[in-house]
Design a binder for this molecule. Structure first.
Ligand code: ADP
Ligand code: MG
Length: 589
């Protein structure tokens, strides 16, 4: 037939390049991986126009001697793999010897390299897959690769590149992913001369994540490990109130290689179920170390995917590690009650938090009164103090608008069928809120709100010890309060939803003051007095003008409760003047 032809090498490379080099970010990935394989601990990247015009990667790695520089652009030229048996245990990023050949086939490339101790550098310039032009050159030790005009000879590819901003964001993402797993290597990147990434060498992954994603996140990271059956999992996750619309802050690494893996993504999702609102994504960094014989890293042209021998085991190990990280903070489990979290996981979190606390040795003398049923019973609505008939609250239904009014911005006057009702707006609202809080307390569904900016409260040493000892009660009430720097300050990270941010500090002080006035300073009394304080702080004040709707709402809430005659402190909320009494006073009868 004579139709079959062996394709010329430069065409083969151009075809192969289509698999390895999809866009500028692919070039960056391959070059940076080569630098890491070369043992570099300093990698410098420069990009122009989203990588279309220039991609430059410079490292301080082992360099290449002139012979290797000449060979490097040949297809399947690699120093990393000699025999097939090596493939099951590759520890380097590259091993196929394809990257430089592919890049050289679709761009204008200059590679300059100098090994430590040699007097000068050696340079190879390649264009469109042609034979490299080599020469001696002056350069520091290490290697730099300059890639210009990517796809200049593959117009179809060049045309399909996205905008500069988009290509540039792909590059940033690529470098970020690699940097997130090599804390001991410094990464710096310039785009059009502007610094876009700066990550100095550090000792820990956490510090590196801080440099990449910000200090605030770094301070709220939780960590855990799982190990077994040839697999070690290390997870670093953000506390669940950090969620994202996309999954860009979920990074997965297998043997230091950034990968995308459905099994692990699913494990992350499963582990966070119930902790975060629907349609939001958690922040999770998963570092897997797998026995190389248990994973195939060679199933994808850019090695972006891997295949596990036992996916179910990987799934359960990752899920367990994340669960462990989340469980490492009892405080956190309580805080999971951020708006949007499901009610169930919320109360489970609180109960566990208390249990943990009570089990932990930190609980001090206030612990003497555990949260037993009789204590919970005390929080049931107390029967109204035996007020006389005249003081019974009477809040009629459907009162015409003209028959309701607020007087002195403090009282609400209503016409009742057989008399006149006067309500103390603060006392009534306080009672309503107290009922709601104590009901939710018994059901363990008090809603807590995470504060974006924590509130600092200055306290005396005596007050500090109360706050510490009363931690279980405070948790139940929706507070997350931690000792601050120095003994005189506490920091409120979460507070019950009923309390406005600006009232938090005052509320904590009132809570302490009221408690110090208690005759029996046990946990139950602390809780009770704290609930009263919360209700008091959350209620409308005397002197506050209320709209018609607000008055209606207040009355409606009161009608739904049967125990609103007194405020939590026992004062009446309502005074009723029967018509008979009015008639008597006016001497009508
Ligand atoms: P691979 O990484 O799969 O071996 P590449 O085409 O990426 O293939 O690189 C070919 C070879 O060139 C590498 O095996 C390595 O020996 C050498 N090389 C490439 N980049 C560097 C670098 N930055 N420093 C030292 N050697 C390098
Ligand atoms: Mg390589």
């Amino acid at each position: 037939m004579g139709n079959i032809k062996i394709l010329p090498a430069n065409l083969v490379n151009k075809i192969a390049a289509g698999e390895v080099i999809e866009r500028p970010a692919s070039v960056v990935k391959e070059l940076v991986e080569n630098s890491l394989d070369a043992g570099a601990d300093h990698i410098h990247i420069e990009i122009e126009n989203g990588g279309r015009d220039l991609i430059l990667v410079r490292d301080n790695g082992c360099g290449m001697d002139p012979g290797d520089v000449q060979l490097a652009f040949l297809s399947h030229a690699t120093s990393k793999l000699a025999a097939y048996s090596d493939l099951s245990s590759v520890a380097t990023m590259g091993f196929r010897g394809e990257a430089l050949a592919s890049i050289g086939a679709v761009a204008q490339v200059t590679l300059t390299s100098r090994t430590p101790g040699s007097l000068e550098a050696f340079q190879a310039a390649v264009e469109g897959g042609a034979k490299p032009a080599c020469s001696a050159a002056g350069a520091p030790e290490g290697t730099s690769v300059e890639v210009r005009n990517i796809f200049y000879n593959v117009p179809a590819r060049r045309k399909f590149l996205k905008s500069r901003a988009t290509e540039s964001s792909y590059i940033s993402e690529t470098v970020t992913r690699i940097a997130a797993v090599h804390p001991q290597v410094s990464f710096h990147m310039l785009h059009n001369g502007r610094k876009t990434l700066s990550a100095p060498a550090v000792k820990s992954l956490r510090e590196r994540l801080g440099a990449l994603y910000g200090l605030e996140l770094a301070q709220n990271l939780l960590e855990s490990k799982e190990e077994g059956k040839g697999l070690a999992v290390r997870v670093i996750v953000a506390a669940p109130y950090y969620t994202r619309a996309d999954r860009r802050m979920q990074l997965v690494f297998v043997n230091l290689r950034p990968v995308r893996d459905r099994i692990i993504s699913r494990a992350i999702e499963d582990a966070f179920t119930g902790y975060i609102p629907p349609r939001r994504n958690p922040v999770a960094f998963v570092y897997l170390t797998v026995d190389p014989s248990m994973v195939d890293v060679n199933i994808h042209p850019t090695k972006a995917q891997v295949k596990f021998q036992n996916p179910a085991f990987v799934h359960s190990a990752v899920k367990a590690a994340i669960a462990g990280a989340l469980a490492s903070s009892p405080r956190l489990r309580q805080e999971m009650s951020v708006p949007g979290a499901s009610g169930d996981s919320h109360s489970v979190g609180i109960i566990q938090a208390i249990d943990d606390f009570l089990r932990s040795s930190k609980a001090g003398s206030l612990r003497a009164l555990p949260l037993q049923q009789d204590f919970l019973d005390r929080l049931k609505p107390r029967p109204a103090a035996p007020l006389d008939e005249q003081a019974r609250a009477q809040i009629p239904e459907d009162i015409p608008e003209a028959k309701i009014m607020q007087v002195h911005n403090s009282y609400i006057v209503l016409e009742a069928p057989d008399g006149v009702t006067i309500i103390d707006q603060h006392a009534l609202h306080e009672r309503i809120i107290f009922e709601e809080i104590s009901k939710r307390f018994r059901e363990r569904t008090i809603e807590s709100q995470r504060l974006l900016l924590p509130v600092t409260v200055e306290v005396s040493p005596r007050e500090a010890s109360i706050l510490e000892e009363a931690a279980p009660a405070l948790m139940l009430l929706g507070f997350a309060i931690k000792p601050g720097p120095g003994s005189a300050a506490f920091i409120v990270h979460s507070a019950p939803r009923v309390i406005e941010r600006e009232d938090i500090s005052e509320c904590v002080h009132a809570l302490l003051e009221n408690f110090l006035a208690e005759s029996k300073p046990d946990l139950a009394n602390f809780t009770l007095s704290a609930m009263q304080t919360l209700a008091c702080k959350a209620a409308v004040k005397a002197g506050q003008s209320l709209s018609r709707e607000e008055i209606e709402m207040l009355l409606e809430m009161a009608r739904r409760l049967d125990n609103v005659d007194t405020c939590p402190h026992g004062r009446p909320t309502t005074v009723f003047f029967p018509l008979a009494e009015l008639e008597h006073r006016f001497k009508r009868r």
